[in-house]
Design a protein. Structure first.
Length: 496
């Protein structure tokens, strides 16, 4: 670099310090000159003046010869600098966990010959972390899509991981390299499978193990064999922990019994019902068809009720109320969902009404000595008739909340406003509150997206009566409300 006077050098130093980047210049011998930016000391973790560039950049011993050969090529000027620059180190190996990007620029004389090289060091940590975070989110989304789309392929992947974990657990020092070759082959398969499902952490773990075993297979030392043998068990533990994390994280997507269920084939609901009707044509076909429906088609009734938990929580959040997850108890009888679909489409109003009308705000509940989290409970009982009885068994469903209850005086006042002449003011409180099922009766003064028109419970009662069932409400002001619903327990596909 051409010599400059002290004043010019001071001005140049002020200029390069203003860049906020690491800046230094080294000569043909690789020695850094006295002119460098203050950021160099922070980013490259050393004062570079008078030091060799290989030492400044912490080039490892096994790559030092290649780096020095690269420098020699640059200063030989036999190749364009633009072609050689990409072959240099891209990042400085920061001990502080930062991503310091390196960029090399030529300093040319009048004959366009390289006389020295400038290095720009830039802290790209935040930018790279942002990019990596975006990539992690993209990979996560891809993983969810891939697992949900190819459940059986994911089951096979998990099965292979389990197989390798078992091999690791039973591995001993007496086994020969053939077994290590099999382990490496399985690791390679798992690495590919993890990559295809965008499970990047497991892919990286499998790659690390595969590399270490490959190095051992290329070595003939007893020491290397003993070292690996001591690590094999840890390999299995690491894989098992990672697999457990994956399955736990995606339990809601895969289901509790994902591994127990094994391969799953998707069959249309209507195809199953059509097959059950064909079964009925066989000798003793009714019993066979019923068993088929109960085993392969029916779902637990709790599954249908608990699906309302999301709307309950959402409604509570909108109203700044708190409510526990819906609590289910009693008999988890299996049902054919299509038979009861209109009922379940309407019974949702009981759950939203419990939050909107029944449960108090956390402040009110606290003042009343109640748990600030309200409770909604579903209890199901199967009432069996005798085998000789012509009527089907019955489902008794109780849905209750521990809110403010229904005030019969408010209902009486509403009925008076509606000019309901058929209702006597002397009717019992329990009879009066049955009018909440009347069309158009609502205790709210305004209509919003949650309630107010007085049609929800009317629709529910109509569906219950269509199924030849019954519905009734009981309430204690300030304590609770309970709906009692009784429905026929229907099984035959002819009811669909």
């Amino acid at each position: 670099m051409p010599e400059v006077d002290d004043q010019s050098q001071s001005q140049i130093k002020a200029l390069i310090n203003s860049l906020g980047q690491g800046f230094l210049v080294f000569d043909e011998q690789g020695i850094c000159g006295p002119l460098y930016s203050e950021a160099c000391i922070d980013l490259l973790e050393t004062d570079p003046a008078g030091k060799h560039v290989a030492d400044i950049l912490q080039i490892p011993d096994d790559k030092r010869a290649g780096f020095l050969g690269w420098l020699e090529l640059i200063f030989s000027n036999v190749m364009d600098f633009e072609d050689l620059a990409p072959l240099g180190p891209k990042f400085f190996p920061s001990t502080l966990g930062r991503s310091i990007e390196l960029e090399f620029k030529p300093v040319l004389d009048k004959k366009n010959q390289v006389t020295s090289v400038a290095i720009l060091a830039t802290d790209k940590t935040d930018q790279i972390e942002t990019t990596e975070e975006a990539l992690r989110k993209q990979n996560y989304a891809e993983m969810i899509l891939r697992i949900s789309r190819d459940r059986n392929a994911f089951f096979l992947f998990v099965k292979k991981v389990r197989e390798l974990i078992q091999i690791f657990a039973s591995y001993s020092q007496t086994e020969n390299k053939a077994s290590l070759t099999e382990i490496r082959r399985l690791l390679h398969t798992i690495k590919g499978g993890a990559g295809s499902f965008y499970i990047m952490n497991m892919r990286n773990i499998a790659h690390k193990f595969e590399t270490e075993i490959t190095d051992l297979l290329n070595s003939s030392t007893q020491v290397a064999t003993e070292v690996l043998s001591s690590q094999i068990e840890n390999y299995g533990i690491t894989l098992e922990l990672e697999l457990a994390n994956i399955l736990t994280e995606h339990r809601s997507l895969l289901g509790e019994d994902f591994e127990k269920e094994g391969y799953v084939r998707k069959i249309g609901y209507n195809d199953l019902l059509a097959f059950s009707k064909e079964l009925q044509k066989l000798p003793e076909g009714n019993a066979i068809s019923l068993n088929f429906l109960k085993t392969l088609v029916a779902i637990p009734v709790s599954q249908t009720f608990l699906q309302f938990n999301s709307i309950v929580q959402q409604t509570a959040n909108n109203l700044d109320k708190k409510v526990k997850p819906i609590q289910f108890s009693g008999e988890d009888a299996k049902i054919l969902p299509e038979i009861y679909e209109n009922f379940f489409a309407s019974v949702i109003h009981i759950f939203t009404n419990a939050v909107v009308h029944g449960l108090e705000s956390p402040a009110e509940r606290s003042a009343l000595g109640k748990n600030v989290n309200g409770t909604i409970r579903v209890t199901v009982t199967l009432k069996k008739n005798s085998k000789t009885a012509p009527d089907p068994d019955r489902l008794l469903i109780l849905i209750s909340d521990d809110g403010r209850g229904i005030n019969p005086e408010v209902i009486r006042h509403k009925l008076f406003q509606m000019d309901d002449r058929e209702t006597s003011p002397h009717n019992s409180d329990e009879d009066i509150i049955q009018h909440i099922f009347d069309e158009g009766l609502s205790t709210r003064e305004s209509v919003n997206e949650l309630s107010g028109r007085g049609v929800g419970l009317t629709a529910l009662k109509e569906e219950v009566l269509k199924m030849q069932g019954s519905i009734r409400v009981r309430s204690t002001v300030g304590k609770r409300t309970e709906f009692e619903i009784e429905l026929p327990y229907l099984w035959s596909a002819q009811h669909l």
